[in-house]
Write a protein that binds this ligand. Structure first.
Ligand SMILES: [Ca+2]
Ligand SMILES: [Ca+2]
Ligand SMILES: [Ca+2]
Length: 349
C-alpha cells in the first residue's frame, strides 16, 4: 500500500514537474497585446475584443445576441482566489452580462459570477453554477444603489468580481461599499479549472462594452501554461571587453511597480543568453538616486560568454517568493580590434 502510494506520488511529481508551479498569476493588461502564452480567445460570436488602453476591451454590437471572452491558458489547481475588475463602459440593459467563470476541463462543472443591470435599473449580481453537467439555480442580489443608465453614474460603472475555492466549495464575492460582499457558497468541484472573462449581449439590446482589468489568480498550483515572468529593467553601464579578466557591474533597477529588494541575488544569472555567470558580488543600493532601491550585481567577464560584436545581454533570476524575472540590455564590446590584429599577426607567423 505504502509502496503504491509512493509510486503514485512519484508519477504525480513527474506529471506536474514540467508545467506546474505554486504561484500568483496576474495581468494588468497594460502592454496593448493579449499574451498568447497566457490567454486564448474562447469564442467570439458576433463580439470582438482587444487589449487596449490598459485593459481588455470587449464589445458586442447593437441588436445582436452575441458573446466574447478570453480563457486562461493556466489552469488553477487546488484552492484558489481569482479576482478581476470590470468597467461597464456601455451597459444599460437587461440580459447583458459580464462574467468571471471557472470551468473544469471536461466542462461538466463550472462556477461563475456575473454582473448585469436589472429592468428597474439596479446593478444585479448572480452566481449560478453547473455541477455534474446540471445547471443549479442561481442566487442573485440587487445592490441597493438605484442604477440609472450606467453612463450617467460614472462612479458606479466600476466593480470587482471574485471567486474563491476551498476544497470543492466555491464562494462568489462582489465589491461594494468598500468591501467584499459574500454572494453565495456552493459545493461545486475540486478539479483543475480554466478561468474566463467574458461578456454577453442579447437580441434587441444596444451595444454592450466592458473593460476588464487587474486580473489575478492565486492558486495552490498553476499548470498547463508557461510560468509567468516579470520583465525588469537592467543596465550595463560600460562597454564590455570580452578579453578582460575583470567583472561587469549590472544594475537591476527598482521602479514604482517593481521592488528590486524582492530579488534573491543568489539566483541571478547573466551573460550572452542570461544563464551563464552567477553573481560574484551583490548589494541593494539606489544606484541612480531615484528613490527606488536597485540591485547592483557583479559578474566575471570570462564567465559571461560574451563575444566580440555581441549587441545584447540577458539576465534571469527569481524573487524570494519564487517569481521569475528576466531583463535585457544592449551593449557595446570593446578591445575587439586588438583581438583581430593579434589573431592576424599570429596567422601571419
Ligand atoms: Ca498583455
Ligand atoms: Ca490595466
Ligand atoms: Ca534606483
Amino acid at each position: 500500500m505504502k509502496l503504491s502510494r509512493g509510486i503514485f506520488l512519484f508519477f504525480l511529481t513527474l506529471v506536474f514537474a514540467s508545467t506546474a508551479f505554486a504561484a500568483e498569476f496576474s495581468d494588468n493588461f497594460d502592454d496593448q497585446k493579449l499574451d498568447p502564452n497566457y490567454w486564448s480567445v474562447i469564442e467570439s460570436d458576433h463580439g470582438s475584443l482587444q487589449e487596449v488602453g490598459g485593459g481588455v476591451d470587449m464589445y458586442v454590437p447593437n441588436g445582436i445576441s452575441g458573446f466574447t471572452g478570453i480563457a486562461s491558458k493556466c489552469q488553477v489547481v487546488g484552492d484558489f482566489d481569482i479576482q478581476a475588475d470590470f468597467e461597464l463602459t456601455t451597459f444599460n440593459t437587461y440580459w447583458s452580462s459580464a462574467s468571471l467563470q471557472v470551468q473544469s476541463a471536461d466542462k461538466k462543472n463550472q462556477a461563475l459570477i456575473y454582473v448585469s443591470i436589472s429592468k428597474d435599473s439596479k446593478r444585479h449580481y448572480e452566481s449560478p453554477y453547473i455541477k455534474d453537467g446540471v445547471q443549479r439555480m442561481p442566487f442573485g442580489y440587487y445592490t441597493p444603489d438605484l442604477w440609472a443608465p450606467v453612463n450617467e453614474f460614472d462612479g458606479l460603472k466600476n466593480g470587482k468580481l471574485r471567486l474563491v475555492r476551498q476544497g470543492s466549495q466555491i464562494t462568489s464575492y462582489y465589491f461594494h461599499n468598500d468591501e467584499w460582499q459574500h454572494l453565495t457558497t456552493n459545493d461545486v468541484f475540486d478539479q483543475p479549472g480554466t478561468v474566463s472573462l467574458s461578456i454577453a449581449g442579447s437580441m434587441n439590446n444596444p451595444t454592450v462594452s466592458v473593460i476588464w482589468d487587474n486580473y489575478s489568480a492565486k492558486s495552490g498550483q498553476l499548470s498547463g501554461c508557461e510560468e509567468p515572468t516579470k520583465t525588469v529593467a537592467i543596465e550595463v553601464r560600460h562597454s564590455i571587453n570580452p578579453r578582460n579578466k575583470g567583472v561587469i557591474p549590472v544594475v537591476i533597477l527598482g521602479t514604482a511597480d517593481f521592488d528590486a529588494t524582492t530579488i534573491d541575488p543568489g539566483t541571478v544569472l547573466f551573460g550572452k543568453t542570461g544563464i551563464e555567470a552567477a553573481a560574484v558580488k551583490s548589494n541593494f543600493t539606489d544606484v541612480d538616486s531615484d528613490g527606488y532601491v536597485d540591485l547592483l550585481v557583479h559578474f566575471k567577464t570570462e564567465e559571461s560568454g560574451i563575444q566580440c560584436g555581441d549587441k545584447a545581454v540577458h539576465l534571469t533570476g527569481t524573487t524570494f517568493d519564487q517569481k521569475k524575472i528576466i531583463g535585457t540590455d544592449s551593449i557595446k564590446t570593446a578591445g575587439c580590434q586588438q583581438c583581430k590584429k593579434s589573431v592576424r599577426k599570429r596567422a601571419a607567423i
